[in-house]
Design a protein. Structure first.
Length: 84
């Protein structure tokens, strides 16, 4: 099993310790890139892929761990776009 496959499997298990960096790596696997939202973007982050699919969420702080609902929302978006 490749590192990519392990990351996807881990993500789909909805772990309680999935980090922001892991999410950025995971989304890059599906062709998403973080889009700059300007000076006032704050903790809101937007990811865009070549098909025009946008994923918007808040970067967790002060911890770097994603909330369960964020993981579930991303899974729903990726499944809706038939990327998973």
């Amino acid at each position: 099993m490749t590192r990519r496959e392990k990351l996807i499997k881990r993500f789909l298990s909805i772990p309680k310790d999935f980090t922001w960096e892991e999410l950025v790596s995971l989304l890059s696997v599906f062709g998403f890139e973080e889009v700059s939202t300007g000076k006032t973007g704050g903790y809101r982050r937007r990811f865009l892929n070549d098909a025009g699919v946008i994923i918007t969420l808040h970067k967790p702080h002060p911890q770097n761990i994603l909330k369960r609902y964020q993981i579930e929302q991303i899974i729903e978006i990726l499944q809706g776009e038939e990327l998973l």
